[in-house]
Design a protein around this ligand. Structure first.
Ligand code: SF4
Ligand code: SF4
Length: 434
């Protein structure tokens, strides 16, 4: 835990910093960019309102009350407000800090705390356990129980989040991490060596995306090292306010990857990329700042990396499809990677790219938001699907497993024909097998 000076009605541990809160000059430029403000029209559900609540708590004018607690979790942490803010206020990050405060000031009942702690501190940091835990879900699909459950519409009778969680489940396959070679050699003329950060959700839910990333990077001339000892990036812990476990995971992954002799550390998961890029700030209390900076400079989203090194397009197979692109918040707002995915799409022969309206507006997934606030999430998703439909695209492209799950579910529920593809699957379709 990071101990700091007591700040109003925040506790000593992992409290927001007063100077960060004071950055807000209440201009309101952020308001039109905030999905929860757009939904509710309520000041307290806006970035400015959330910062004001945190300020009141910090200045001791308000307890860390129910409203503060609700707004900390109702924030999507989409960071759209930060992109718009002239002062660089990070309302999403402030709300993450407030979530850490919730677990200290408003602890859940004992059994819920026990379950939450088990998931966050035992299960997620243990890739073997994570992979084993998916076995019942795979059997559920393979034995046809899923078909029966969906056909009978039984889950429609229960809480909406259970029906949605089940409906979002993609076709599951064998865990990938143990089967990926530690070293995959480049094909053709070698251009460098990269470390591959897999990400748990990506490999457990969308193993094919990870496979395509390897195929594409090898084809583009890169040797790949995929260390099997890598662990969760810590994003779920950050989201749930468990900053201490996030720090432990960050230190583990940082040491593991910094011991490799690689030019870059590449990930195809926008959420992981954003979390990895935040290690520098998260571990700022540690002494080795040069190592932290070096790590930070090596982290690249796959689109960022490929555009930086230049895509070898000469052997690509044309993909004659119209595609549109949904920007994951954790790519465009958290990492500032917005142009590169479009450049990559345009580099693929045969593809016609059609921009959708509000491409960088959140899809309503936002980690557990889509299950905790099913109604709000649905409204945000409907807005997105409307813009997808307007493009009449054949494929909807994105670059984050959370968005992928939410969009694929939404399209299916709305009887829309477009499959959702990760950007690297599109490039993989254009890349010859060897
Ligand atoms: S968060 Fe930024 S954009 Fe929003 S009111 Fe404060 S200073 Fe203005
Ligand atoms: S992070 Fe997103 S949901 Fe949260 S305050 Fe900012 S714009 Fe609103």
């Amino acid at each position: 835990m990071i101990e700091q000076e007591k700040f109003g009605n925040f506790t000593h541990q992992d409290a927001p910093k007063y100077e960060d809160i004071l950055q807000c000059m209440r201009c309101g430029f952020c308001l039109p960019t905030c999905p929860t403000f757009s939904l509710t029209g309520r000041e307290r559900s806006s970035p400015r309102g959330r910062v004001a609540l945190a300020r009141a708590v910090g200045e001791g004018k308000m307890e860390f009350n129910q409203a503060m607690k609700e707004e900390a979790f109702f924030c999507l942490d989409c960071r759209a407000c930060t992109t718009a803010c002239p002062s660089g206020v990070q309302a999403g990050s402030l709300m993450e800090m407030c979530r850490a405060q919730v677990s200290q000031q408003h602890p859940l009942p004992k059994w819920q705390t026990g379950f939450r702690n088990f998931v966050l501190t035992k299960m997620l940091p243990n890739p073997d356990l994570m992979e084993t835990s998916m076995l019942p879900a795979r059997l559920y699909q393979q034995l046809g129980i899923q078909w029966l459950v969906r056909y009978s519409k039984l889950l429609k009778l229960g809480p909406k989040w259970i029906d949605k969680a089940e409906g979002m489940m993609p076709e599951l396959h064998q865990p990938l991490r143990q089967n990926i070679p530690q070293f995959s050699p480049a094909t053709g003329e070698k251009r460098g060596t990269v470390g591959f950060f897999l990400g748990c959700v990506m490999t457990l839910m969308y193993a094919e995306v990870s496979r395509q990333t390897i195929k594409v990077l090898n084809h583009q001339g890169f040797d790949i090292i995929t260390p099997k000892a890598q662990k969760c990036c810590g994003a779920p812990h950050m989201t749930e306010g468990d900053r201490e476990t996030t720090r432990q995971l960050a230190q583990h992954n940082l040491d593991l990857f910094m011991d490799l002799d690689v030019d870059a550390i590449v990930t195809d998961c926008a959420g992981c990329g954003a979390a990895l890029k935040e290690y520098e700030e998260l571990l700022a209390e540690r002494e080795d700042h040069t190592r932290l900076q070096q790590f930070h400079s090596k982290i690249k989203d796959i689109s960022e990396f490929l555009v930086e090194v230049g895509v070898r397009a000469e052997n690509l197979i044309p993909v004659n499809k119209v595609v549109t692109y949904h920007e994951p918040c954790h790519l465009c707002h958290a990492q500032g990677v917005s142009k590169q995915p479009r450049d990559l799409i345009r580099a693929i022969p045969g593809v016609e790219f059609r921009e959708m309206k509000e491409a960088s507006w959140c899809c309503g997934s936002a980690a557990t938001f889509s299950l905790k606030f099913t109604e709000a999430s649905q409204k945000i998703l409907d807005r997105k699907l409307h813009h997808v439909a307007e493009t009449k695209a054949d494929y909807l492209i994105t670059a984050n497993p959370g968005c992928h799950l939410q969009l694929a579910w939404g399209l299916r529920e709305a009887d829309m024909p477009q499959p959702v593809l990760h950007l690297i699957e599109l490039l993989g379709e254009a890349t010859p097998d060897h």
